[in-house]
Design a protein around this ligand. Structure first.
Ligand code: ATP
Ligand code: MG
Ligand code: MG
Ligand code: MG
Length: 469
């Protein structure tokens, strides 16, 4: 099944269940100060979940444009993470609840009329004390106990952190569906494709008593379009699906390397393809590369992709040439993308030119900082070098950190921040940048927080033979 057909099938299926088809919300919300980019399908329905206002529908279905900067270091490395991706969601505002959410998800995935997945290849998780969800999976769906795993807050309460330190807002226990190619195997959880969240609390502040039942019980589900397409198309990674493989091939051609998923160049090429999508989608909504908030994220994604290309030997702008293939791959769902194509191309090219003007000297500066750290027996790149790279050579701090991490080095972020503050005070700078806000303490901390040490260390170990960034 093609990705465009999967999106359409999902929307059709939930319409047959009475959900009202709603358009994707914007990728860059203007009126939600808590996020820079839309991270999930539920964000446009926060008011409905809180019981505010009177929506003219009680059930909805969407395909939502999402962007998660917190996943940036996973991109190209895991088979399943992008920065920009689409989330298919079905939602209930005080209408259906757990039973229907589970049974409908199962029906959509396994019924021959819809996706026809092999039920033996699917297994699920539930929140540790959610006997109700576990019973529905066991008794009504008929899954053996061993295929219904129970996990704690980190994996099965959304957003994670509850009830101890999660963010304020609507939340609840969740049940996730994993695909396991070749059949269920308890040693390997497979790929998470769908998260069913039983949104029934509003969380305010710290525990105890920080979970207040919402006026009504709600459903919020999120299914990864690209991940599910990968399962249906029998390919080993999201980047190999019908909409992304041609983009990876275009990215490889643009930087002058053959595209081979498992080659050394596979990861950087996938990152280029991913960032080209994210940048195109954000610039389409009017965000230009800059120094604040969303603009800074776009600048960083763009420069990261440009640096990947540079390190693969392409010293001329190339990313702009991927805007058109990106638009081609998404225009069935978002025909409006064609209207901004030309201006997006210009914006991307201009930023690439700015970056490439200093990158060579920047990389030399980086190498000398790495050498100095090694000569001094230090595992940290000094903050002054990081600041110079950021301010003078356009190698943004997060890029320096990512390059350093791949050599098992850290960056003296404290000193860097002190220099940044000094600069902002003297130049009356424009304030904070986006990645700090989104990722609190930098990409590596965010990654550790989200995935735990194991996945992170594994990635560092396998990265040693890959290209620098
Ligand atoms: P993972 O554990 O694999 O990082 P998640 O638990 O963070 O996924 P959710 O927040 O539950 O993901 O989002 C709902 C669904 O959206 C996931 O089940 C997955 O199919 C999809 N999804 C989440 N993050 C990404 C991403 N970075 N790229 C592509 N799809 C994603
Ligand atoms: Mg998960
Ligand atoms: Mg999840
Ligand atoms: Mg995640």
């Amino acid at each position: 099944m093609k990705t465009d057909d999967l999106r359409a099938a999902y929307l059709d299926f939930f319409e047959t269940k009475g959900c009202v088809r709603r358009p994707s919300d914007v990728l860059v919300p203007k009126d939600d100060p808590t996020v820079l980019f839309t991270p999930a399908g539920m964000n446009q329905f926060k008011a409905e979940f809180l019981g505010l206002g009177k929506p003219d529908f009680k059930k909805a279905v969407t395909s939502q444009k999402c962007l998660r900067t917190g996943d940036i270091e996973n991109v190209g490395v895991t088979a399943r993470h992008h920065t920009f991706f689409e989330m298919l969601g079905n939602f209930s505002f005080g209408d259906y609840f757990k039973r229907e959410a589970i049974l409908w998800a199962w029906e959509f995935l396994t019924s021959k009329q819809w996706l026809g997945m092999n039920p033996d290849e699917l297994n699920v998780t539930v929140y540790e004390d959610d006997d109700e969800a576990a019973a529905i999976w066991a008794d009504e769906v008929g899954l053996e106990e061993v295929r219904i795993r129970r996990h704690g807050e980190h994996d099965n309460f959304w957003p994670a952190g509850a009830p101890t330190n999660g963010p304020d807002g609507v939340c609840g226990p969740c049940s996730e569906i994993f695909h396991h190619p070749g059949g269920f195997n308890p040693a390997n959880e497979g790929t998470e494709i769908w998260n069913l969240v039983f949104t029934q609390f509003e969380r305010t502040g710290a525990p105890p008593n920080n979970l207040k039942p919402l006026p009504a019980k709600n459903i919020d589900t999120g299914m990864g379009l690209e991940r599910t397409a990968a399962v249906l198309q029998g390919v080993k990674a999201n980047f190999e699906i019908d909409t992304l493989r041609p983009l990876c091939e275009a990215a490889a051609a643009a930087v002058g390397v053959p595209y081979d998923y498992d080659a050394k160049t596979g990861r950087p090429v996938r990152r280029i393809a991913d960032h080209a999508r994210a940048v195109t989608m954000a610039i389409h909504e009017g965000v230009r590369p800059g120094n604040n908030l969303e603009e800074y994220v776009v600048k960083q994604l763009l420069r990261r992709a440009s640096l990947e290309g540079y390190l693969l030997g392409r010293a001329e702008p190339f990313l702009y040439s991927l805007v058109e293939p990106v638009v081609d791959s998404l225009k069935i769902a978002y025909p409006e993308l064609t209207q901004t194509l030309a201006s997006t191309v210009d914006t991307v090219k201009a930023e690439e030119e700015r970056f490439l003007a200093t990158v060579e000297r920047g990389l030399r500066r980086f190498d000398s900082a790495v050498k100095r750290a090694a000569d001094d027996g230090q595992s940290t790149i000094d903050g002054d070098a990081a600041w110079e790279l950021h301010g003078t050579y356009g190698v943004l701090i997060e890029m320096t950190e990512a390059m350093a991490a791949r050599r098992n080095l850290k960056v003296d972020r404290k000193r860097f921040e002190a220099l940044r503050e000094e600069h902002e005070t003297t130049s009356k700078g424009t304030g904070r940048t986006g990645f700090d806000d989104v990722m609190s303490a930098g990409p590596l901390d965010a990654l550790k927080k989200e995935h735990g040490e194991t996945e992170f260390l594994g990635y560092e170990q396998t990265e040693s033979d890959a290209v620098l960034l």
